[in-house]
Design a protein around this ligand. Structure first.
Ligand SMILES: NCC(=O)N[C@@H](Cc1c[nH]cn1)C(=O)O
Ligand code: ZN
Ligand code: ZN
Length: 477
């Protein structure tokens, strides 16, 4: 494949600006834009301002869109971080692509087991460690740097660009759907293609392009046995313990193999077709490397690549995330928690309907609660869901993205799905009905949401090249 002249120049420029790109990521990571923490809301808004300035400097016309308030558990209201709309170019002869990214991050602290301060970007062995490095500040910066590279070369970007950058992605995308629905006939009216970089490679060497996501339904079960915690020596034996009830309920959700026990929940899962299975065969995926990265003893579907990938991407799964109110410090504490809240989620897939899943979950838990016969207070809360999404991976937009990947990495990108959820993707699909490509830059072992999140310098720099090449290739469709 001959390399277009523009690539040679862009790639050389990008390589020579590596150190500046790292410094910019350092600045971005230092802003503690944790959307789930009300006390970090100012920092989250600061991240919005910081990014808006970068976009303006790159030549974009930036609009900051207010999206209202979040109601906190105590009934007070907290302003949501605004959404950035940024436009570059409005040539009617060019296609217009919509690029989505998010500026908020998951919580992180050294006490969780980080080897270095999570909000201070730290380089070790060619990797940049820091919260948000790969999810999703690194990829957002890759887009901005790709545009800056075109500008510096004096090269024309062959597409118009419209950014949507939100800062509540890690907290249910609050306020975004309403904003985007209202913009269908204005800001979003001329979008031809959508590109999102908020997921990861399936491995560490071969790039992939993603055509499907699972949805997510999140639940909280609260059980209360006392108005405060109790001394287990003084009250143990006298009370019906809330944590025992909760553990019982959580244990009824799956069997020991992880199979979901909620009746009828799997009935609406679309059958896997042979064409679909064929797409999984050629995916580069090393089961043993995946297991080693996790550090576990044995995987489910251990011997079968296709089954394992399908259970990560194509079938529902149920995960228990934690128990609020239960003692979780080191050592023992002889306490009976007065109130505990169990948190779990179900990843949903085509053709499951969120409202049906919610009804099945609630009715099953209410039935199990009755069976338990506990006198304690019990309440289930359903959190805002995200829908699943699938796309046509043989659309010319995908061909353009794969051509871009081939130019950068020299190999064919795999066509894959992902098991996580990106709320905006199904929302944009519903509103725009346009082809959406997910174009990840980070590697499978980046540790998004976990301790020691990182992006490899190679992925960060090659990701910038990938986006510059993607802009070029989409301009050729
Ligand atoms: N990079 C996508 C991602 O991490 N999405 C989150 C979205 C979410 C759902 N509930 C809280 N965050 C995911 O867990 O899939
Ligand atoms: Zn993300
Ligand atoms: Zn995330």
């Amino acid at each position: 494949m001959s390399l277009p002249e523009v690539y040679a120049q862009l790639f050389k420029y990008i390589d020579s600006h590596r150190d500046e790109y790292i410094e910019e990521l350092r600045e971005a990571v230092a802003v503690q834009s944790v959307s789930g923490s009300p006390e970090r809301r100012k920092d989250t808004c600061r991240m919005v301002d910081w990014t808006a300035k970068k976009l303006q400097k790159a030549g974009c016309e930036v609009t900051i869109r207010d999206i209202g308030f979040e109601e906190l558990p105590d009934g007070s209201e907290l302003p949501l971080p605004p959404v950035i709309f940024a436009t570059l170019g409005s040539d009617p002869k060019k296609s217009t692509i919509c690029i989505y990214g998010h500026l908020d991050v998951q919580p992180a602290s050294v006490e969780d087991g980080w080897e270095s301060e999570p909000f201070s970007l730290t380089e070790r062995d060619g990797k940049l460690y820091g919260r948000g490095a790969t999810d999703d500040k690194g990829p957002v910066l890759c887009w901005i740097h790709a545009i800056e590279a075109y500008n510096a070369m004096g090269a024309e970007i062959p597409v118009n660009i419209k950014f949507i950058l939100e800062s509540m992605e890690e907290s249910g995308c609050l306020g975004l759907e309403e904003l985007l629905a209202a913009e269908k006939s204005s800001y979003l009216s001329d979008i031809d293609y959508v590109c999102v970089s908020d997921n990861y490679w399936v491995g560490t060497e071969v790039p992939n392009i993603t055509y499907g996501l699972r949805g997510v339904c999140e639940y909280q079960i609260a059980v209360e046995c006392a108005k405060q915690d109790l001394h287990s020596g003084l009250y143990g034996g006298a009370v019906h313990e809330a944590l025992g009830d909760l553990v019982y309920l959580l244990n009824t959700l799956t069997d020991s193999e992880g199979n979901i026990l909620i009746p009828n929940l799997l009935e609406s899962v679309a059958p896997v077709t042979s064409e679909e299975t064929d797409l999984y065969r050629s995916i580069t995926f090393d089961l043993n490397e995946y297991r080693r990265t996790i550090g576990g003893n044995k995987l489910r579907h251990n011997e079968d690549k296709i089954q394992l990938l399908m259970h990560r991407w194509r079938y529902p799964s149920l995960s228990i995330h934690g128990i609020e109110g239960a003692y979780s410090g080191s050592g023992l504490k002889t306490v009976i928690p007065g109130k505990v809240i169990g948190k779990f989620s179900i990843r949903t897939v085509p053709n499951q309907q969120t409202n049906e899943v919610n009804e099945m979950v609630i009715s099953y838990l209410e039935h199990k609660w009755k069976e338990r016969g506990s006198p304690n207070n019990f309440k289930i809360t359903v959190d805002p869901p995200g829908d699943w999404w699938t796309e046509d991976p043989f659309h010319p937009h995908y061909t353009a993205a794969r051509r871009a990947a081939k130019h950068v990495y020299g190999v064919d990108a795999d066509l894959t799905r992902e098991g996580a959820s990106i709320g905006v993707v199904s929302i944009l699909k519903q509103i725009l009905q346009k082809n959406i490509v997910l174009l990840p830059v980070g590697a499978s072992d980046d540790g998004a949401h976990a301790q020691n999140e990182k992006i490899n310098i190679r992925n960060y720099i090659e990701g910038t090249k990938l986006f510059s090449a993607y802009l070029y290739e989409v301009g050729q469709i």
